[in-house]
Design a protein around this ligand. Structure first.
Ligand code: NAD
Length: 510
């Protein structure tokens, strides 16, 4: 009997529940999704998938919390943000571990994402300055005008698997600091980091209901898009879903910022330090197994840079230490799921079949002791042309395509012909070429000898074209503008001795 009981326990997996009004709850759904350990390929947990009713409960909790939270003084809100910052900092290694176990990225990379998220919390801790309004004295006789910004109400965040801590932290610290309440729908593939962040918010003194987490898929997302009480939606994920979120959210009268996918190019000019460029290209293409929206997936070698940069990147690609994310020696971990692994391998196959030259091949890659893990080795495909699937599709894996052009202008035109416009970079020692590039590309975030130009928290993050639907980028000043709306007051305090000067013509100043 005892043995049977032990076997049952071993078979059962941990269940990850929602966080609503300061408590965990399994909600009303019978549906769950498997959460894997990508390094071993084994299921390690299941996550409940919310029904529309569960989402309504989370939205109602956030709605109830809004009346008190929006009236809480800016200094009281700031104190909670500072406390949250300290707690996340203290638990950063633990959160990084949760990320590595469910996403697969190496621990140092997971630690880096927590750090970048923390920087947004630090930015939002300065909310008192960020919310300062304007004041104009005596705009007309005895009349003053001033403006200030108010929170929107309940706002929601829908986030992707690839940054389970950082991307939610692009959103909720700013939204909550501005006085909104928040419902997060994280990726169902790696949901644990957001649950730990919810507990830390509570420990920091955030009132229950201000921050809620519902897990789920399209059912939960649609319920958020249709909930009349949700004033704004921030989304980060793939382009088809971003476009859908923007269309349905705005049709329902919501403010929406929907960040989509990417195909980030790095131009390499012959005058660049090619060793420096190759080191950075390899890190930007294969770091986090290429599962970054700012990863470089296309290198554009200009003129004589061509063969030399391919050779140098090949050397770096072969030297990347691939292994389990928890292994301190690993520089690159597995990809997130078996399906992702198969899709990436399929795109390498297509690249080769359509005329690309696979110079470093990550297909069939195995890590001893982790034979069932979702690994793809670093891959370089030379002689890629724009019509090939491996270039047209977002690969989202450790695959660098190399294209060739004869001039920097031709390289800029190639980038501008691509539907995505998230990030791009140039390697050069020419200020003139760099300036032409930064002014000429139709892309939101640009690096000059910096291949992954993710803006600091006090600037805003966002791409152009199919990489962002909506008109506000996330965090930084645009994040504050997104989560608030303006009031402008025109005020007069008439002196008792003043005669009334009311008139029926449109008011003009005197
Ligand atoms: P995804 O689009 O599959 O999922 C994102 C979110 O949408 C998840 O919460 C998911 O549950 C939900 N979702 C998925 N299918 C849905 C549907 N049919 N209807 C409604 N909701 C749905 O993206 P992903 O695979 O989790 O993440 C990778 C993608 O995110 C890549 O395309 C990457 O470029 C992009 N990304 C972009 C940025 C950026 O800043 N632009 C940052 C990170 C990731």
């Amino acid at each position: 009997m005892d043995i049977q009981h032990g076997a049952d326990e071993e078979d059962s997996v941990r269940t990850i529940e929602h966080w609503i009004a300061g408590k965990t709850t399994s909600g009303t759904s019978e549906r769950t999704a498997a959460v894997y350990d990508p390094a071993s390929g084994r299921q390690q947990a299941e996550v409940v998938l919310a029904t529309a009713e569960d989402v309504r409960e989370a939205v109602a909790a956030a709605g109830e919390a809004f009346s008190a939270w929006s009236q809480t003084s800016v200094s009281a809100r700031t104190k909670i943000l500072f406390a949250f910052r300290e707690l996340v900092n203290r638990h950063a290694d633990e959160i990084a571990g949760l990320i590595t176990d469910e996403h697969g990225k190496v621990l140092s990379d997971a630690r880096g994402e927590v750090q970048r998220g923390l920087e947004v919390v630090e930015f939002a801790s300065g909310i008192a300055s960020l919310l300062k309004g304007d004041y104009s004295d005596q705009v007309s006789t005895d009349v003053d005008t001033y403006s200030f910004r108010e929170p929107l109400g309940v706002v929601a965040g829908i986030t992707p698997f690839n940054f389970p801590a950082m991307v939610p932290m692009w959103m909720f610290p700013v939204a909550i600091a501005c006085g909104n309440t928040f419902v997060l729908k994280p990726s169902e593939r790696d949901p644990s980091a957001s649950m730990r962040l919810a507990e830390l918010w509570q420990q920091a003194g955030l009132p229950d209901g201000v921050f809620n987490v519902v897990h789920g898929d399209k059912v939960a997302v649609d319920a958020l898009l249709d909930a009349p009480e949700v004033a704004a939606i921030s989304f980060v994920g793939s382009t088809p879903i971003a476009r859908y979120i923007h269309e349905r959210g705005t049709a329902n009268g919501k403010r929406v910022q929907a960040l989509g996918g990417a195909k980030n190019h790095a131009i390499v000019l012959p005058d660049a330090d090619l060793d420096f460029a190759a080191d950075h290209l390899a890190a930007a293409s294969f770091g986090s197994a290429g599962e970054r929206c700012m990863a470089i997936s296309a290198a554009v070698a200009v003129g004589a840079a061509g063969d030399r940069i391919v050779e140098a990147v090949n050397d770096r690609a072969r030297a990347v230490r691939v292994g389990a994310g928890r292994d301190a020696d690993s520089e690159m971990g597995p990809v997130v799921t078996r399906e992702a692994q198969q899709r990436i391998v399929g795109l390498i196959d297509a690249g080769e079949a359509q005329g690309g030259r696979v110079t470093v091949d990550g297909r069939g890659f195995t890590v001893p002791g982790h034979e069932d893990g979702f690994f793809v080795g670093p891959t370089v495909i030379d002689a890629v042309r724009p019509e090939m699937d491996v270039y047209r599709e977002e690969v989202f894996g450790p695959v660098l395509s190399v294209l060739r052009t004869d001039s920097v202008d031709e390289a800029i035109a190639l980038i501008n012909a691509n539907p995505y416009g998230n990030g791009t970079a140039i390697f050069t020692s020419s200020g003139e070429a760099a300036r032409r590039f930064q002014r000429g590309v139709h892309v939101g975030m640009i690096g000059i000898n910096v291949p992954v130009p993710v803006p600091m928290a006090f600037y805003s993050f966002g791409g152009w074209k199919d990489s962002l639907f909506g008109d506000k980028h996330v965090h930084g000043p645009e994040g504050v503008a997104f989560y608030t709306r303006a009031k402008v007051v025109t005020a007069r305090w008439p002196h008792v001795s003043h005669a009334s000067e009311a008139s029926f013509h449109f008011p003009t100043s005197k």
